[in-house]
Design a protein around this ligand. Structure first.
Ligand code: KG4
Ligand code: ZN
Length: 339
């Protein structure tokens, strides 16, 4: 069988990324130019600045990806690109770049769903993993519990009713003075804290056992900080961080295990930026072992935004015959399962 080599581009938020992926799971290069330092100055991602930085970096990042993979555009089978969901201006940079390259090199263009990319990160590091399996996608913008029925085919069991898990991490981090990016900072500080110090709420939704809600938890943390302030007491940053993190982890673990038991699924994967959280990984590992479930998780660099995961997803879309037209546009609120 002939090799299928995908050049993939990802620019949905604050990473400008390009990658070359062969036959779906072999990553020949994975270049990520992060804008984190820049956005840290503003306490969060500034969409306008993100778009401008993508424009500056994108050609360089694509060139590096091709060079590192030791391939030319001639060797590329197709160009894959994230076209949603994400920041519209940021997405447009990647989409325009991918279109220009595909058109000039006379290669097919494949628009990829960002969340499908996150799920696919698991295929890269687990050659044996194939659908069907249960997957919890936990990122800055999304919290979904799905059954991956086939490549790129999802049955959505649960989703967040309000904030995404990563969003809650980022907001709480800001409130306790850790700043942006919140997730990794809370992860680090929590190691010094007591996760049982403060009893924060774990939201469970009566008639939707797989849905999530994190805004009540976020408010509970803000109330706790307020109360400390009013009493003139100093709160212990590490204890607040660890107790908040534990509350998020407990809900993520219990919803996933509930779904695995109800649907009798023995394979479970996590994906997205929050999936790199060390406490979550440890808790999931233990829960899966107790329930006799095989647990899959990508290494941290493949959990957060990258183009290798987009290349992997594009490969399976390519095999299914998915092709995008030259009118491919950015779709900022693209839903999971839509094209
Ligand atoms: O998947 P991702 O890179 O971008 C989106 O598609 O949203 O996820 C970014 C999110 C941010 O909210 C960030 O705070 C969170 O993932 N995150 C973490 C960790 N690393 C990144 N959250 C908790 N613990 C971490 N170690
Ligand atoms: Zn993402």
């Amino acid at each position: 069988m002939e090799d299928v080599t995908i050049l993939a581009i990802e620019s949905s938020c604050d990473e400008t990324a390009a990658s070359v992926v062969r036959n779906g799971r072999m990553v020949l290069s994975n270049i990520i130019s992060s804008q984190i330092d820049l956005h840290t100055l503003f306490g969060g991602v500034v969409p306008e600045i993100a778009s401008r930085k993508h424009i500056e970096k994108i050609n360089q990042v694509v060139t590096m990806a091709l060079e590192e993979a030791k391939v030319t555009l001639e060797d590329i089978t197709a160009v894959g690109v994230t076209y949603g969901p994400g920041l519209v201006g940021a997405l447009l940079v990647g989409v325009a770049e991918a279109k220009a390259i595909a058109y000039a090199a006379k290669k097919p263009l494949i628009g990829v769903h960002h969340i499908e990319g996150h799920v696919s990160a698991n295929y890269i590091e687990h050659p044996e993993l194939e659908p069907p399996f249960l997957c919890e996608i936990i990122s800055g913008g999304h919290t979904h519990l799905v059954i991956v029925k086939d490549y790129g085919e999802f049955e959505i069991l649960g989703r967040t009713r309000d904030d995404a898990a990563g969003e809650a991490f980022d907001k709480v981090a800001r409130a306790i003075g850790l700043g942006y990016p919140g997730g990794p900072k809370i992860d680090r500080v929590s190691k010094q804290g007591n996760p049982r110090a403060i009893e924060f709420p774990r939201a469970h939704i009566e008639d939707a056992p797989y849905d999530f809600s994190f805004s009540g938890l976020k408010s509970a943390v803000l109330n706790y900080l307020n109360q400390c302030d009013m009493k003139g007491e100093k709160y212990v940053q590490a204890d607040v961080a660890a107790s908040f993190q534990q509350a998020v982890v407990d809900v993520l673990v219990s919803n996933a295990m509930q779904a695995a038991r109800d649907r009798n699924i023995k394979k479970f994967a996590i994906a997205g930026g929050v999936a790199s959280n060390s406490a979550l990984r440890a808790a999931m590992k233990q829960a899966c072992a107790e329930n006799g479930i095989d647990f899959y998780y990508p290494s941290p660099v493949l959990c957060t935004d990258n183009a290798a995961m987009i290349g992997c997803a594009a490969y399976y879309e390519y095999q299914k015959g998915t092709r995008s037209g030259w009118d491919l546009n950015a779709v900022p609120n693209l839903k999971l399962g839509e094209r």
